[in-house]
Ligand binder design. Structure first.
Ligand code: TRP
Length: 461
């Protein structure tokens, strides 16, 4: 038995862990953020960079996070404190805790929209509506301050209720049932989307890289999206790894999570872009509203579309909840482990903090003028939600991942992590390759991206 395992709890089974970690990874990032970001950055070339970063960097970083968590059985700040006492490494953990709030603020706002859309699709708000009317309904919905804040609050309450009760059996059990259902609905949507007349245009947009359209920002956005989608860079996987038994094979677990997550993102792209290009007046660059505008149009063209639509948004809300729990759990675990707060107090402070930072994000989609346009970068307007998404959902995760790679590669050491990987993986033979990936390749690529940003502040855009 692992030391401390009795107190901290463990995943019930290997499948349970994989589905819980996949439940964290698979969420709004795959179905909402991936298509919206790909659409704003030219499509195919973005997708190619995204896939390459998963294989080259993210897989190694995910193993590193899981190994750090399993080895120390601690939250992200505790990991650095335990393995490098008295050093400044812990600030990477602190950044992770703050990033938990930064991300959950806008995550909960968008997740709240899915609640509103469950209601709208169930009551037929979109049936027989034209594409223009559907865009209008979305615009009116997100710019209404009462529903924007109300649904954000409702979603945060659901998240906090689950966190109060402890997550383990809930997440494990529900992930096992709901993830397969989500997959089936998504596949049906893909079939409908790719068989619409004129679907080739969308397939080409998503799958044929046009390299000359790829900008520096597009590369950054693609790498950032890969980290976001895999829940890396802020300590979620450290925390989930801390509940993992030493019997489990870290390579295999990480490979499953990466594969399932990538599969769902690509399916979401295949569901959305072919349909989008068949609807006059819709552009792939519309951003945050993309799925909320495109999908109701597809549901209007499907037999029993209303039912599918409601089912889809219910599942999206559930996928979002299993992810948001894992985001808020990082500050919560920090409060419990390091500040010795009760779980109840930790969830109150963690959840309320995220709710408060989310209020300006909720009001930034048209409800309050200046929040809708906080700054302009290279001609692109950023509202408060976009800015939080960029700062915390992107740059902060890149910095956090750089911290993990440097720490494991150069401070904790390649032989220590290889020893951790060998537990649960007898016959493991990739020590040298893994050492190269975590010591050199990952940090060099990640640091290169950061330097690029510092030299050319406009690369920010
Ligand atoms: N990966 C989740 C998604 O795709 C969101 C998420 C959960 C996350 N935990 C995270 C993102 C940690 C960044 C860091 O929706």
């Amino acid at each position: 038995m692992d030391s401390g395992a009795q107190n901290r709890g463990q995943w019930g089974s290997k499948l349970g862990f994989i589905l819980a970690a996949a439940g964290s990874a698979i969420g709004l990032g795959n179905i909402w953020r991936f298509p919206a970001t790909a659409g704003q950055n030219g499509g195919g070339a973005f997708v190619a960079v995204y896939l390459a970063s998963i294989v080259i960097i993210c897989f190694a970083v995910m193993i590193a996070e899981l190994a750090l968590g399993r080895n120390t059985q601690r939250n992200p700040v505790g990991v650095y404190k335990k393995l490098a006492p008295g050093s400044s490494w812990k600030y990477f953990g602190v950044l992770g805790v703050l990033t938990g709030w930064g991300i959950s603020s806008f995550y909960s706002v968008v997740a709240g929209w899915t609640l509103g859309y469950i209601y709208k699709t169930a009551t037929g708000a979109f049936s027989n509506a034209s594409p223009q009317q559907i865009s209008q309904i979305f615009g009116d919905f997100v710019s209404n301050p009462v529903s924007a804040i109300g649904f954000h609050a409702a979603f945060m309450v659901i998240t906090m209720l689950i966190l109060f009760g402890g997550v383990k059996s809930g997440i494990e059990r529900w992930s096992k049932i709901l993830m397969p259902v989500l997959l089936v609905i998504l596949i049906l949507l893909v079939i409908r989307s790719v068989t619409l007349p004129g679907a080739e245009k969308g397939l080409a947009f998503l799958l044929q890289p046009k390299w000359d359209e790829l900008t520096g920002r597009g590369v950054l956005a693609a790498v950032g999206q890969a980290f976001f989608s895999l829940s890396l860079g802020m300590g979620t996987m450290i925390t989930y790894g801390s509940y993992l038994s030493r019997k489990e094979n870290l390579f295999e677990s990480a490979a499953w999570v990466c594969t399932l997550d990538t599969l769902i993102a690509l399916l979401a792209g295949l569901a959305i872009f072919p349909a989008l290009f068949t609807i006059p007046g819709l552009e792939p660059t519309i951003g945050a509203g993309l799925i909320f505008v495109v999908l109701p149009n597809i549901f209007n063209k499907i037999f029993l579309g209303g039912l599918f639509g409601t089912g889809f948004f219910i599942l999206l809300a559930i996928a979002a909840v299993t992810s948001l729990i894992s985001i808020v759990e990082v500050p919560v675990a920090y409060f419990v482990d390091e500040l010795k707060w009760s779980r109840k107090k930790a969830v109150w402070v963690g959840g309320l903090g995220a709710f408060i930072v989310g209020i300006p994000a909720a009001l930034s989609l048209g409800a309050v003028g200046w929040l809708s346009s906080v700054m302009t970068i290279e001609g692109r307007n950023y509202g408060f939600l976009d800015l939080m998404n960029l700062l915390f959902g992107q740059y902060s995760l890149i910095i956090g991942s750089l911290g993990v790679a440097l720490f494991v590669g150069w401070r904790w050491g390649v032989s220590s992590i290889n020893k951790e990987i060998e537990q649960g993986h007898p016959g493991y033979r990739h020590q040298a390759l893994y050492g190269f990936l975590i010591r050199f390749l990952s940090p060099i690529i990640i640091a290169g991206l950061l330097i690029y940003l510092l030299i050319d502040p406009n690369a920010f855009a």
